[in-house]
Design a protein around this ligand. Structure first.
Ligand code: AMP
Ligand code: MG
Length: 342
């Protein structure tokens, strides 16, 4: 499931006391299991003797991630988003302020992306998931019916909750919850007195403060055709999020389909093998990695200011790599030593 491999130089498990990061700092990390169905690393940089503060920062960050999953996962039937999904038309479901925030961000992303980022594709996700379970491609009629049910006009967002206007409307927050939860986890870590930190959920990463090693946080971007690394980038702060079709996909009738749906056709997106976005927040990075997976190169025109992206586009004979000039500035030279840029 790991999309980006964050190579954490000098990281030790916090339970075992951590390792020296040089410069008088200690790096303490933890890999909580079972968060959002994927891998997770929470890492802290503290001054010598800061084990207790690090432990507290890590456990608060972990609790935050778990809380957001409990609210918004559509895999958990007890989540409030699942309650919204099974509710009948006209019934308001009261939602936590965090879920309301995510829904409002999702709506604004829908508008900014010209409809490419659309959390109302719940019925289409369900259809393709069923297709994979039955090993049977959905029919055009089924796709068209599910597309009709996938529509923001059928959802009313009120101050404390949401209601659907017609039966069958469902939302899927799988393309936004990770980013939102990572930002909240980083916020709680920043409130402690640790020197720096990193939160990585399934390859969506945000960092802040003093890095583990050297002047920059190093993030390795995976080669979609294998287990190797295609590029390494160095950042001082912010988020790096990747959407790839090689770690999560539907397999139907011998063909592999992306888990990202193009809302314009109802079919899985097929242009990119992976998209990596650099943004100030993991929320924006998560949203735009998914969006550019739908839109491909054309979507770069819509990428909001301050964000950078790298697309690995599928070709008949392999892949081609395309990135914004600002993203290229983040590349590190091979055999990277500290701050060497390419
Ligand atoms: P990510 O791996 O962050 O790109 O998110 C992919 C997940 O987002 C999928 O597993 C779905 O839950 C959801 N998703 C799929 N297609 C879209 C889309 N066009 N807009 C918003 N969310 C989507
Ligand atoms: Mg995403």
């Amino acid at each position: 499931m790991l999309v980006i491999l964050a190579v954490l130089v000098g990281v030790g498990m916090w339970q075992t006391g951590g390792k020296r990061a040089g410069r008088g700092f200690l790096v303490l990390s933890h890999e909580p299991q079972g968060i959002m169905g994927t891998t997770c690393t929470i890492s802290t940089v503290v001054l010598q003797g800061g084990e207790e503060i690090a432990g507290r920062a890590i456990s608060e960050a972990e609790n935050t991630l778990r809380k957001m999953e409990l609210l918004m996962s559509s895999w958990l039937s007890s989540s409030e988003i699942s309650r919204f999904n099974i509710a009948g038309a006209g019934i308001q479901i009261e939602l936590a302020p965090e879920s309301m925030k995510v829904l409002r961000h999702a709506h604004s992303a829908f508008e900014k992306s010209g409809g490419a980022f659309d959390v109302t594709i719940g019925p289409l996700i369900r259809l393709w998931r069923q297709g994979a379970e039955r090993n049977l491609l959905p029919s055009e009629e089924e796709i068209s019916d599910a597309r009709t049910s996938s529509n923001w006009d059928q959802i009313e967002l009120n101050p404390t909750g949401a209601l659907k206007k017609v039966e069958g409307t469902q939302v899927d927050l799988g393309g936004i919850t990770k980013g939102f939860a990572i930002d909240l986890a980083v916020e709680v870590m920043e409130e402690t007195s640790i020197e720096g930190g990193l939160v990585d959920v399934g390859g969506d990463i945000r960092v802040f403060g003093t890095p583990h090693h050297g002047q920059l946080w190093k993030v390795d971007i995976r080669d979609p055709s294998g287990d190797g690394i295609i590029k390494s980038i160095g950042i001082r702060s912010g988020a790096v999020c990747t959407s790839g079709d090689y770690s999560r996909f539907y397999e139907i009738e011998g063909r592999r389909f992306s888990h990202i749906i193009d809302p314009r056709t109802g079919w899985p997106a097929a242009v990119t093998a992976s998209v990596t976005v650099y943004a100030e927040t993991a929320l924006d990075g998560d949203i735009w990695a998914t969006t550019l997976s739908v839109l491909g190169i054309e979507g770069l025109k819509m990428l909001p200011q301050g964000m950078e992206a790298m697309l690995i586009v599928k070709k008949d004979d392999g892949y081609s790599l395309l990135s914004t000039p600002g993203f290229r500035e983040l590349f590190l030279v091979e055999g990277f030593e500290d701050t060497d840029r390419e």
